[in-house]
Write a protein that binds this ligand. Sequence first.
Ligand code: ATP
Length: 343
Amino acid sequence: MTEITETGSLSARPASEGAVGIELDEVSKVYPGQPVPAVERFSMTIEPGELVMLVGPSGCGKTTTMKMINRIIEPSSGAIRIDGRDVLSLNPNELRRHIGYVIQQIGLFPHLTIAENIATVPRLLGWSKQRTAERVEELLTTVQLDPGVFAKRYPRQLSGGQQQRVGVARALAADPPVMLMDEPFGATDPITREKLQAEFLRLQAEIGKTIIFVTHDFEEAIRLGDRIAVLSERSRIEQFDTPANILAAPANDYVSSFIGQGAALKRLALIPVVDAKLGQPTGIDGSASVDAAASLRDAIDLLVLTGAERVDVSDAGRVVGSINHAAISAALGGVAPRIRERG
Ligand SMILES: Nc1ncnc2c1ncn2[C@@H]1O[C@H](COP(=O)(O)OP(=O)(O)OP(=O)(O)O)[C@@H](O)[C@H]1O
């Protein structure tokens, strides 16, 4: 699997060694007293190490679908298997210790320090003090919070974005093979949100967990997901595919309306410059250049910004060709976007 990082470079994203697949088989949920199911016969297979985004409007059943996986909500019918094992046959508490869970409200315990919050599951699992302390330190560093500064603080002494990072660290504490994330960055301002998304992508490139991520933000789904499931009422799957394929060929009007304006521009963000047919270098000394590993959207950006007809493309500081509008259009129409596609 390959993806483009926020800096525009391509990177492999291996599934972590312990990553597991998840299967949902005709899963339904009817809340007591409700005439219609909140989720109706939802089926999906998620590959080990895959990051699947569930995207859909408010009330369509995203959260219910996800919470059935760790049995915070019990399904009314259907089967759920993690690594081939029937989730409904497992002890729910035991199950939840093996599934990381991050939510928008973060849910840190206010009376516990950051270190104690992160240590919640290791403590339940009976880890030694030393092993727990080492893990806490490692995780704080992973989510880019200095342990010396933050370990002993209380949640109220952290900003929203910092608290959200602690939420992610806490979910990762016992190295669960599966992570469920419910609008984890929803409550943060746009700048913090983007930063958290970028950090999260970097982290996932390292840890390769199997992740189900709920969002109502299609842009977020495109940016983060290996595959996106676009859901309508009762968690009906309108399309389940890679971001590139959904943008290139929305299955129906419902999906198109979700994509909104600017589908071509959104697709450009997923295609690397090297996928376009490059021309000869401009030969203009000191002219602006775009990195070969950056996206075609970056190339368009530079063309618009400079007003040039053509800009150079560089690789490791060396000019390897040039790109213009025509080459970018051709890349959109002529080749299948390959970023984020499974390979
Ligand atoms: N405990 C409950 N009892 C009855 N109905 C419920 C309950 N929880 C959720 N619902 C209903 O089930 C449907 C799906 O809710 P769910 O929270 O899964 O949607 P969602 O897509 O996650 O929405 P949002 O994006 O607003 O969080 C909604 O119509 C909701 O009103």
